[in-house]
Design a protein around this ligand. Structure first.
Ligand SMILES: [Zn+2]
Length: 109
């Protein structure tokens, strides 16, 4: 669906028919991650990641992580491969283990 930031995102959901006003981000959120606000979509990198990587095994999770000096927390986006259960350092490129399994694109597709 198209987000308030104007981009397509699989995690965004809205239902505004017949007086309903439901808008939400359905990405996984860790404990203590603050609630989603429509403004969050404007600077969010998730739509770009989904456009670059269409793997169904890619799992994106928002988590809180302590900052470098331990002064407070910041929200970071973590990517995991659901098939190999490994963190994905560069979600735009995807899981390195999956890449090893699929060296060539299928010409039939
Ligand atoms: Zn993988």
């Amino acid at each position: 669906m198209r987000t308030p930031g104007g981009r397509e995102c699989d995690y965004y959901y809205e239902d505004c028919y017949r007086g309903r006003d439901l808008r939400e981000c359905r990405i996984s959120r860790g404990a203590h991650v603050r609630r989603w606000h429509p403004h969050d979509c404007e600077a969010c990198e998730v739509p770009e990641i989904l456009a670059a990587n269409s793997s169904e095994d890619l799992e994106l999770v928002l988590t809180q992580r302590a900052t470098w000096l331990g002064l407070g927390n910041r929200t970071v986006l973590e990517a995991w491969c659901a098939r190999h259960m490994v963190p994905v350092d560069d979600p735009r490129r995807g899981c390195p283990e999956c890449a090893k399994e699929m060296p060539l694109p299928d010409p039939e597709e």
